[in-house]
Design a protein around this ligand. Structure first.
Ligand SMILES: [Zn+2]
Length: 241
């Protein structure tokens, strides 16, 4: 059960006018997830990039580390079982997030997002290099989330699969991309005509089947998915038995 703490650093919440409530918001999100999870599920805290690196360049990495470390401390205080570090564009920022996770003692799953290309992340590393870098920095599973639909994400997941021994994690988006445009947030339909590039739930059933067969062991859905997509994905996992 994932607590809705994505973009919950003080830096991001301040830009939305909620900086003073950073701790309250993170704690409330974990409490809600914990109530729903009960004894039936673990609770994960979601942590993402700060966007400082995109705005200010790599000189902002120290500031990013400060904000990510603070959010992870709050999530630990709130009682999460593990962390999901997701939607990082720069491997450098992901590595520092993994260092913060290691310092907290919480296990972390790490997934990068590839935009605008599926061949390299924003600071120029291939999917295989990203997988190795994340595994070397202590991630218990590594992979990709967001930006591509299952079909376009699969090849880069296979490259990661080849590069590391830790489990591969995948949370594709439910929007169609093209050979010319590999990320849905760069498609001309983004953001006001997303309905026209929605992929079907069936694509997620197929993905569940393929993922299980190929040893992609941690699966979910990102932007564009709703509970019906997760059910479809679960059916794919079932049918592959
Ligand atoms: Zn997403």
């Amino acid at each position: 059960m994932q607590a809705l703490t994505f973009f919950g650093t003080r830096e991001k919440l301040s830009r939305a006018g909620y900086g003073a409530q950073t701790e309250k918001i993170n704690h409330a999100a974990v409490k809600l997830a914990r109530e729903v999870a009960g004894d039936a599920a673990l609770v994960a805290g979601s942590v993402s990039r700060t966007q400082l690196v995109e705005r200010e360049g790599s000189g902002a990495l120290d500031k990013a580390r400060h904000h990510i470390a603070e959010q992870i401390r709050m999530l630990k205080d709130a009682g999460v079982d593990f962390l999901i570090l997701e939607t990082f564009f720069h491997l450098a920022e992901m590595k520092l997030a993994l260092q913060c996770a290691a310092e907290s003692g919480l296990p972390a799953i790490a997934t990068m997002s590839f935009r605008p290309l599926t061949t390299q992340c924003a600071d120029g590393h291939s999917p295989a290099e990203c997988a190795k870098g994340m595994a070397e920095h202590g991630a218990i599973a590594v992979g990709a989330n967001c930006e591509q639909e299952p079909e376009r994400m699969l090849p880069l997941l296979r490259q990661m699969r080849e590069a590391v021994k830790v489990p591969i994690a995948a949370q594709p988006a439910a929007f169609r991309t093209t050979p010319e445009c590999n990320s849905f947030t760069r498609m001309p339909q983004f953001p006001d005509e997303m309905e026209t590039i929605q992929v079907s739930r069936k694509a997620f059933t197929a993905f569940g089947r393929i993922a299980k067969a190929e040893g992609i062991r941690y699966v979910g859905g990102c932007c564009g998915c709703n509970p019906a997509y997760i059910r479809a994905l679960a059916q794919g996992l079932e049918h592959s038995k």
